[in-house]
Design a protein around this ligand. Structure first.
Ligand SMILES: Nc1ncnc2c1ncn2[C@@H]1O[C@H](COP(=O)(O)OP(=O)(O)OP(=O)(O)O)[C@@H](O)[C@H]1O
Ligand SMILES: [Mg+2]
Length: 391
């Protein structure tokens, strides 16, 4: 079976590690597990396809694997689960049921519903998902870890209530929340009216470090008893720009190419075959990002930004980016928020602006060429039916 997992949120055959992100997450879990009271908040933010959902999944697995004296109730949420009390309560209930030690202790209570929450549901809390939540957190002493994926899409007011509930409950019990979303998450949080949010851990999820990107490609081959030449792995990692989603996409195609030829190692010919074989899905992926800007009537903006990054070939300061944005609007703030929300460019820990998906810049430039030059460089898969060569 192909060990690579191009897609959304699927744990790959080998997960590339980023200790600076993983350590604080594990630290939160360890504190919860030890029963140490206090609210723990962390935010994973980064452009699409960099592995935020994978990190949430990885952390959930760590929590389950470790067991321990204080079982942690993991409540995994999406923004839609915060739109009504019923939905939130249902998520909490099923989380409680899935947690071994807690289930035993709550058998009786489960019959009548979880204390606090069940009393509120259907009455005045119907339109206020967070009222019931605060009550439940106060009455039940187990460590609870909420995770909310795609959190940038959540209603900021409701998000604020979730954070408030966690903050309040944290005064006398172990409770944590880990939110993940595009770089726009930080803007969503800023609008949440929960002023303490910024004291949580802000963890930027960017490209993988080069060595880890190569390991992501090589390890599944090595683990299967195949050879992986340094040349071919470097070439593949370079083509993918160390971008996690493309590492999986290329890796999967290279695996298929090796298997198809019955070779005992991945060589440069498989790399070429993988790059060719993935041109259509890559283009489709780029095109989705392109459409986001087309819908927002912001293609000229995206083009200018892509051109500036390609010409300078280095990160940009706030001042430089704002100067560029001022060509498109009097107030650059809205433009900056748009670019950031889409993760087209974003600020990682260095405070500098960099492209979210490096190879998207070339596509965007080609695709927005006034004379449609792009159609030659990037033949449209849907139009010519064959799919063109990638970057
Ligand atoms: N650390 C990693 N090592 C190897 N591959 C990874 C890693 N993280 C993510 N991937 C791969 O990258 C792809 C995207 O991962 P994921 O869905 O977690 O990204 P995301 O940041 O949540 O994206 P989105 O913002 O679109 O939800 C998946 O194919 C996944 O297998
Ligand atoms: Mg995701």
């Amino acid at each position: 079976m192909n060990p690579f997992q191009p897609g959304a949120g699927l744990l790959p055959g080998y997960m590339g590690h980023r200790p600076a992100i993983e350590r604080p997450l594990v630290d939160i879990v360890d504190r919860l597990r030890s029963g140490q009271k206090g609210p723990r908040l962390a935010y994973l933010y980064g452009p699409r396809g960099n592995g935020k959902t994978v990190l949430l999944q990885w952390l959930a697995d760590q929590v389950e694997k470790k067991g321990g004296a204080h079982p942690i109730v993991q409540v995994r949420l999406l923004p839609e689960h915060l739109t009504s009390s019923e939905m939130l309560v249902q998520r909490i209930r099923s989380a409680v049921r899935r947690t071994p030690g807690v289930f035993d202790n709550l058998t009786v209570n489960l019959e009548a519903g979880i204390p606090g929450v069940s009393l509120k549901v259907g009455s005045e809390a119907r339109d206020d998902p967070m009222l019931g939540l605060s009550d439940w957190l106060e009455q039940d002493r187990y460590p609870v870890l909420f995770s909310l994926d795609e959190a940038h899409e959540a209603d900021p007011v409701v998000l604020g209530r979730l954070l408030n509930a966690v903050q309040l409950a944290g005064q006398d019990r172990p409770v944590g929340a880990i939110l993940a979303g595009t770089p726009g998450l930080l803007d969503t949080l800023a609008g949440s009216r929960a002023s303490f949010w910024s004291r949580g851990e802000k963890l930027a999820v960017g490209l993988l470090p080069d060595g880890e990107a190569r390991a992501v490609l090589a390890r599944p081959f090595l683990d299967a008893g195949l050879e992986a030449s340094a040349d071919s792995i470097c070439e593949l990692a370079r083509a993918a720009d160390d971008y996690p989603y493309f590492l999986q996409l290329y890796g999967a195609a290279a695996w298929d190419a090796v298997k198809a030829t019955g070779a005992s190692e991945i060589g440069l010919e498989h790399v070429t075959a993988a790059i060719d074989a993935t041109s259509v899905p890559r283009r489709k992926y780029y095109r989705e990002r392109y459409e986001e800007f087309r819908k927002a009537n912001a293609l000229p903006l995206a083009r200018d930004v892509a051109l500036a990054f390609t010409e300078a070939d280095r990160p940009m300061t706030d001042v430089r980016l704002d100067k560029l944005l001022a060509r498109h609007a009097e107030d650059p703030a809205e433009m900056r928020a748009l670019l950031n929300a889409k993760g087209f460019v974003w600020q990682d820990d260095d405070d500098h602006w960099t492209p979210g998906i490096p190879s998207l810049m070339g596509y965007m430039i080609g695709r927005t060429e006034p004379e449609h030059e792009s159609n030659r460089d990037w033949p449209d898969a849907d139009r010519d039916g064959a799919g063109g060569r990638g970057a």
